[in-house]
Write a protein that binds this ligand. Sequence first.
Ligand code: ADP
Length: 436
Amino acid sequence: MHNWHRELWRLGLLIVGFGLLGWPLGHPAAGLALGLALGLGRQLWQLRALHRWLSEHPQDEPPAASGLWGELFDRLYKYQKGQRLTQRRLRDTLKRIQDSSEAMTDSVVMLDSHGDLEWWNSAAERMLGLKASHDRGQHITNLLRDPRFIGYFNARDYQEPLTLPSPLREDLILQFQITLYGDNERLLMARDISRLHRLEMMRRDFVANVSHELRTPLTVMTGYLETYADHADLLPPRFARGLGQMQQQATRMQTLVEDLLLLSRLENEQHREPAEAVDLGELMAAVRRDGEALSGGAHQLTVEAQATERLLGNAQELRSALSNLVFNAVRYAGEGAQITLRWRLTAEGACLEVEDDGEGIDPVHLPRLTERFYRVDKGRSTATGGTGLGLAIVKHVLLRHDARLEIDSHPGEGARFSCHFPAERLLPTPAEANAS
Ligand code: ADP
C-alpha cells in the first residue's frame, strides 16, 4: 500500500510539475499533457519489461525496478519460486511412489475411472504381459480376457480376491485384488501365489490319497470283524466285549474316511457333474425317512414343501448336505425334539431349511462351525458318531451351488440351518413348464 501511494504521488508530481513548467511559457495544458505522457510512458516501459521477463526467461532474476513495480516483480518472483518448489516436491514424491511400486514383486496397475490402463510396474509386464509400447489407454478387459476376471471386474464387489492363472503361463497362479480409490479409479494388484497353490494341491491330494488307501484295509478289517462277531459264541466273553468295540470304532473310521473322500471330491472343482433338475419335495421326503431311521422314533420329523420349484444342481450332493443337517438335528437336538425340513421361496431365490427346537448352540461357536473337525462338545460329538466334517461338507456342497449357509441358533431355543440358493438356480414346476 505504501508503494502504491508513492507511485500515485510520483505520477501526480510529474503531471503537476510539467503543468507548472508550461505555465510561464503560456502552455499549461501542453505541460500537463506532456507530464501525463511521460508518466504513461514509464508505466508502459515497466509493463514491457515484465512481459519480456515472463515470456523469455521467467526462471531468471526479475529486471531491476523501484517502487510499486519493484515490489510487483519481487512478489511474482517469490510466488514463482514457491510454485517451482512445490512442483519439484510433487514430482519427487510421485517418482518415489513409482520407484517403490516398481521394486515390488507384486503387479501394480493403475486404472482410470473407465477401467483404462494408466500406469503399471514391471512386475505387471512380467506377470500379466502388459506392454509399455502399446497398452497404455487400453481397457483392462481387452488385455485380461478370462471371463472370470471380466465378471469379477464388472461386478465391482472386490471384498474377496480372485484366483486365476496368469494369461502368459498356466502354471503361474495369481491372486487378483482390486481397490477403488479417488474418483472411481481402480488399483489392481496381482500376487504370485503359485507356491501356496501347489502346497494346497499337495494337501488335498495327500488327504484324498491317504483316505483312499485306508479304504481297503478298513473293508478287510470290518469284514473279518463281522465274521468273528457272527461266531462270538465261540470266543471267550473277554474277547467278545472287545470285538463289539472294535466293530464300532472300525465303522467310525469308515465313515470318517468316506466323509474325507467326499470333501476332497467336492473341493476338486474339475470333476463337476452336469446340473440336473432336483425335486426338493422328493429329496426332503427321502432324507426324512433316513432321519427317522436314525432317530428310532425319538424325534418328530416333518416336511414343509412350501415351494414347488425345482433346483438346478447335483441331487447326490444336495442329498448329502441335507442328510448331514438332518442327522445333526437328530444327534444334537435332544430327545423329543421337533425337526422341520422346509423348502420355501425367498427374495433372493429359495431356501432349504432344517430347523429344530432342541438344545441349540451358543452363538460364539457359529462362525467356526463349518470348519473341519470343529465341535462344540467333542465328547458328545464322538459319542453320537459325528466325524466333525458334516457342516464342512454342507458348506462345500453349497459353494458348488452358488449358495450360502446361514446358521441361527441360541442355547435352549433350537437351531436353524438355512441354505440360500440364488434365483438363477430355480426351475419352474413341471406343470408350469408344460403349460408355457
Ligand atoms: P459332527 O460330525 O461333530 O456332527 P458337524 O460339522 O456336522 O460335525 O457339526 C459341528 C458341530 O455343530 C457339532 O459337533 C454340534 O456340536 C454342532 N451342531 C450341529 N448341528 C446342530 C444342531 N442341530 N443342534 C445343536 N448343535 C448342532
